[in-house]
Design a protein around this ligand. Structure first.
Ligand code: GDP
Length: 197
C-alpha cells in the first residue's frame, strides 16, 4: 500500500468526539519527542501533516487524519512529559486509556521507542499494561539514522530481549528513521497485511 492522500480530519478531546463514520483506525503513541510527528509525516509523505514541534508534548488531543479516503491514522498525545501538572497528566492518561481500551475502530496501536535509549520504565510499564489488557500493538523504533544500521539492530534486539523476561510471545517490531525514510515501506505493507486479515 502507498499513502496517496492524507488530510487532517479532527482533533477530539475525548473518545466521544472521535469520528462517527466507523472507518478503521491505526493509532500512534510514544513519549514526547520520540519522533512521532516526523514518522507520521514520513509515512504519509506529507510534510507538516502532524506538527513537528520544538515544544515537547504540545498535542493534548486525539488527532485524526484521513488516509486514502478509507482509514484513519490517529496521533495520540505523548505520554511521560514531566513538565505537565499532575492534573493534566491524569486527564491525559484517562483519555488515552479510554481510547485504547474502548475505541472499537482501533485495529492496531504503534508504540514508538527512541532506539538510542535503554529501556525506560515508563515505556515498559505502558507496554506491560497493553499486554495485560490484550491490546494489539507493534513496536516502532525511531531515529535509527542516529546510530547506524548495525547498532540500531543490536539495540532493538536487546530491547526486545529484555521484554522476553516476562513476555512469552513478543510483539512485532520495526526499525525506522524518518530522516532517512527507513522502514516506511515495511510499515505500510504491514498495515496492508493487517487490513487483508
Ligand atoms: P514528537 O514529539 O514525538 O512528535 O517528535 P518530533 O517528530 O517532533 O521529533 C522530535 C525531534 O526529533 C525533532 O527535533 C525531530 O527533528 C527529531 N527527529 C524525529 N525523527 C527523527 C529521525 O528519524 N532522525 C533524526 N535524526 N531525528 C529525528
Amino acid at each position: 500500500m502507498d499513502i496517496k492522500k492524507s488530510a487532517f480530519s479532527l482533533s477530539a478531546p475525548s473518545i466521544g468526539l472521535c469520528p462517527t463514520d466507523n472507518k478503521i483506525e491505526y493509532a500512534f503513541i510514544g513519549r514526547s519527542n520520540v519522533g512521532k510527528s516526523s514518522l507520521i509525516n514520513m509515512l504519509c509523505n506529507h510534510k507538516g501533516l502532524a506538527k513537528t514541534s520544538a515544544t515537547p508534548g504540545k498535542t493534548l488531543l486525539i488527532n485524526h487524519f484521513i488516509i486514502n479516503d478509507s482509514w484513519y491514522l490517529v496521533d495520540l498525545p505523548g505520554y511521560g512529559f514531566a513538565k505537565r501538572s499532575k492534573t493534566v497528566q491524569q486527564k491525559l492518561q484517562q483519555m488515552i486509556s479510554s481510547y485504547i481500551l474502548q475505541r472499537e475502530q482501533l485495529v492496531n496501536l504503534f508504540v514508538l521507542i527512541d532506539i538510542r535509549h535503554e529501556q525506560q520504565k515508563i515505556d515498559r510499564e505502558f507496554i506491560d499494561w497493553l499486554g495485560e489488557s490484550g491490546v494489539p500493538f507493534t513496536i516502532v523504533f525511531t531515529k535509527a539514522d542516529k546510530l547506524g544500521v548495525v547498532k540500531s539492530r543490536q539495540n532493538a534486539e536487546k530491547w526486545m530481549k529484555q521484554l522476553a523476561d516476562t513476555w512469552e510471545e513478543l510483539p512485532p517490531y520495526f526499525v525506522t528513521s524518518s530522516e532517512k525514510r527507513i522502514g516506511r515501506e515495511e510499515l505500510l505493507n504491514y498495515i496492508d497485511e493487517i487490513n487483508k486479515k
